[in-house]
Write a protein that binds this ligand. Structure first.
Ligand code: PLP
Length: 401
């Protein structure tokens, strides 16, 4: 069978438009395609491969678990899931964990839990959910409606109700919206898909205070920021506040699908037996790999390394920009970096990604105006330099047409 990009158009639902490049092998931050062309991976499978491709600790955890026991469902619990849950609770504010298979599912669980918590404690009038324009929380119908881009939730019939939005970093607008009818507030501690937008300290602290005042649960969506991405294990740990519920996925499995919702005992108790569930949630293979990823990332060496690598990324991007003047701003935290294109390239961030692929470097975009970099947290300095040299060639091509 010939497997190529044409086969995609033949057999796949057309909701994606993938590149013509088909990678077949990866090692660390290097990837090779069907033709043997090499790429430096600054995309990390969309902020997922926190330890690059085929990290030895993850490969060995997967092989070991693969020869022990496969799926069990939640009819029986399993050792890897319990070990991972213990580590997640030891390392964070949380006391209880719910496992899912993706970020959207972790968020779906968080939102359902918040609604049930409010119903049990305050009654059914307390159902409003507030979230932020440009926010992204996944593609299930509930999470995409909570997300801050109506274009992604329009056209699928009646939407889940009582969900409102305001601008991120606009505390006055938020204060005007929140009331005792607010059940929960869902936010990213740094907007990822929306364009790599950091919150101000005043905004985060203000949101926390107002949630507490109105008995609304603060849900931090750390699906993209979690597990070391910003240089903290979780981004909230670098802010001056603690959420009530936190969701984590992407980097959690280091490339193996897993998500989790974590919270306190007092809140968790409202998801009683039978209220929510997932066949695959807590799958032993996923949890074994995630445990190995978590152990590897949650060390001072790796987390401090993220801050050092971030500085190098910014320095090299700034140097490219001094030559070509294509970005107005390099922003983000840790290894979640956005380069905002100038007016001249407005709406054309993707051209840099495409040109980069042709030069042998994989990157991402965050919206139409921001080139996004989410490499492995342990990417070697030499790969950062080589990838940036390739990216510079891509920038030159875009500039010179
Ligand atoms: C990617 C992402 C999601 C969705 O995760 P999936 O695994 O695609 O369902 C949710 N929230 C944030 C902040 C994300 O970046």
């Amino acid at each position: 069978m010939t497997v190529n990009r044409e086969l995609f158009d033949q057999v796949m639902v057309p909701n994606y438009a993938p590149s013509s490049v088909i990678p077949v092998r990866g090692e660390g931050s290097r990837v090779w395609d069907q033709e043997g062309r090499e790429f430096i991976d600054f995309a990390g499978g969309i902020a997922v491969n926190c330890l690059g491709h085929c990290h030895p600790a993850l490969v060995s955890a997967l092989k070991e678990q693969g020869e022990k026991i496969w799926h069990l469902s939640n009819v029986m619990t399993n050792e890897p899931a319990l070990r991972l849950a213990k580590k997640l609770t030891d390392a964070t504010f949380a006391e209880k964990v719910y496992f899912a298979n993706s970020g959207a599912e972790a968020n779906e669980a968080a939102l359902k839990l918040a609604r049930r918590f409010a119903l049990d404690n305050f009654g059914e009038q307390k159902s409003q959910i507030i979230s932020f324009n440009k926010g992204f929380h996944g593609r299930t119908f509930f999470t995409v409606t909570v997300g801050g881009q109506a274009a992604y939730s329009d056209g699928f019939g009646p939407k889940p109700g009582d969900i409102v939005h305001c601008d991120y970093n606009d505390l006055a607008a938020f204060e005007a919206l929140i009331s005792d009818s607010t059940c929960a507030v869902m936010m990213e501690p740094l907007q990822g898909e929306g364009g790599i937008i950091s919150p101000t300290a005043e905004f985060v602290e203000g949101v926390r205070e107002l949630c507490t005042k109105h008995n609304a649960l603060l849900i931090f969506d750390e699906v993209q920021t979690g597990v070391g991405r910003t240089g903290e294990l979780y981004a909230y740990q670098g802010l001056n506040i603690t959420p009530d519920i936190l969701t984590t996925a992407k980097a959690l499995g280091g490339g193996f699908p897993i998500g989790a919702m974590i919270t306190t005992t007092d809140i968790a108790k409202h998801l009683k037996v039978g209220t929510h569930g997932s066949t695959y949630g807590g799958n032993p293979l996923a949890c074994a790999v995630a445990e190995a990823a978590f152990d590897t990332v949650n060390t001072p060496e790796v987390l401090n390394g993220v801050k050092e690598k971030s500085a190098l990324f910014r320095e090299l991007l700034t140097a490219i920009n001094e030559k070509y003047n294509v970005f107005t701003e390099i922003r983000g935290e840790g290894l979640l970096i956005g380069a905002v294109v100038t007016e001249q390239f407005k709406g054309r961030a993707k051209e840099f990604l495409v040109a980069g692929t042709a030069e042998g470097v994989m990157s991402l975009v965050a919206g139409a105006d921001v080139v996004r970099f989410t490499p492995s947290l342990v990417i070697p300095e030499a790969d950062i330099r080589e990838g940036m040299a390739r990216f510079e060639k891509a920038v030159a091509k875009v500039v010179n047409g």
